[in-house]
Design a protein. Structure first.
Length: 424
């Protein structure tokens, strides 16, 4: 039975099919970005690049991704998510194929650092989570965002080790070519034929989700901090707390995606175990992100966000004081319980405090801070490594910053401003 025919079944809300599609698109797009670290070793071995140079390419990519996210969010607000996602998939797939032709660091910087990173802005929570927010009420939104967000964790569990396997089996150029084909021939058809921007008059009526959505649209129009123009949000304290916390989130996840595999290997961990440990972060995060999304619907989002940052801080402390295979896996296990849990919580809080009228642009602005933090940490980690031969400074700074992010998250006045409580 096709997805279209399922839409006529009043027992099946089409929003859950949207969640399933976004789950898979997240599986592809975010996993390929986080899998860049698997290519660091082969690229440096073939071209003789130092750690600072390749870190700069990765940092430019994260920064470009951040700068373009508010712009892609604005296109989402204007034209809808489906159109933005389709064009982004085309560019992302073709760009990934082009990476197989890399001949120097300038080419890698152009394709990875600029082209792919811009396209990935249209394949990120800015469009994905904003679209889901229009399908689900505040009382089920956390669960829906958690399920969709688990796609990137699943990709980290499956696609990153698969990428490492391909690199070791067929070399890195053919690996990028294969990944590009997967994007074009699986992700693009799903988005083109089955993705829908929002519920329409033809959607099943009378379901609890539909009724809650109707209530949600009415209630969220009277939020204390609801904005009709996106700059207005920056005149209130919660936006800066969200941006500050997400900057630190980017700082603490960005350099891991680029440097973790090489760090682990330099600790005497084999490539197999390094990739598996990185995949373990995603595997455990599938459980945590689903649990966090569901719990946030029942209790609250900002307290869980503070806990997520605190747990991640503990994980970085492990790498500061212990070295070797067992600590690497212990870090992965601890970090995996918090890794991407901040994403659905942050995006949900943004939409529920400031309303859905400019949710794409505002989510893009929040993610800009995330990617700026990631870009800085990626470059600084590589530079410090070339200077002193260790990543300890990066790990220690991350642990300390996460304590600050946790405090900021607990300080958000969710009960005073969020639609989740004002529509209860």
């Amino acid at each position: 039975m096709s997805l279209t025919s399922q839409n006529t079944n009043p027992k099946v809300y089409y929003g859950w099919f949207v969640v399933a599609i976004i789950f898979y698109l997240s599986f592809l797009s975010l996993s390929i970005r986080t899998g860049f670290g698997a290519f660091v070793g082969p690229l440096t071995a073939e071209f003789g690049w130092d750690r600072t140079s390749i870190s700069l390419v990765s940092a430019i990519g994260w920064l470009t991704n951040g700068v373009t996210q508010p712009w892609l969010g604005g296109l989402y607000d204007k034209y809808g998510g489906k159109l933005v996602i389709i064009y982004s998939l085309i560019v992302f797939g073709i760009g990934t194929i082009f990476l197989s032709m890399t001949m120097n660091i300038w080419f890698l910087g152009l394709i990875w650092g600029l082209v792919l990173s811009t396209a990935q802005s249209g394949l990120s929570p800015v469009t994905f989570n904003s679209m889901i927010s229009k399908w689900f009420s505040v009382h089920q939104r956390g669960k829906a965002l958690g399920i969709a967000g688990a796609g990137s964790s699943t990709g980290q569990l499956i696609l990153v080790p698969f990428t490492m396997y391909l690199i070791l089996t067929v070399e890195w150029r053919l690996t990028w070519f294969i990944l590009g084909l997967i994007i074009i021939f699986t992700g693009l058809p799903l988005a083109y034929f089955f993705l829908k921007d929002r519920p329409s008059s033809s959607e099943p009526q009378g379901t609890s989700v539909k009724q809650e959505n109707a209530k949600n649209i009415t209630s969220e129009s009277t939020l204390p901090l609801e904005v009709h123009t996106w700059p207005a949000a920056f005149r209130s304290r919660p936006m800066w707390l969200l941006i500050g916390g997400f900057f630190i989130c980017g700082w603490t996840t960005g350099f891991i995606s680029t440097h973790f595999v090489q760090f682990a290997r330099e600790q005497g961990v084999s490539a197999y175990h390094a990739a598996n440990a990185f995949g373990l972060i995603g595997g455990l995060n599938i459980i945590s992100i689903l649990l966090i999304g569901t719990l946030s619907d029942r209790f609250g989002r900002k307290d869980l966000l503070g806990i997520v940052y605190a747990v991640r801080g503990i994980a970085y402390g492990i790498l500061v004081f212990f070295k070797g295979t067992i600590p690497v896996y212990l870090f992965a296990a601890t970090a995996g319980m918090s890794w991407l849990g901040s994403v659905p919580l942050t995006t949900a809080l943004t939409g529920e405090i400031y309303g859905l009228k400019k949710v794409g642009t505002l989510t893009g602005a929040v993610f800009l801070s995330h990617q700026v933090g990631a870009a800085i940490s990626i470059y600084m980690a590589g530079w410090f490594y070339d200077q002193v031969g260790t990543y300890d400074i990066a790990f220690l700074s991350s642990a300390l910053l996460l304590i600050l992010a946790s405090i900021w998250s607990f300080a958000i006045q969710e009960r005073k401003y969020s639609a989740k409580y004002l529509t209860a």
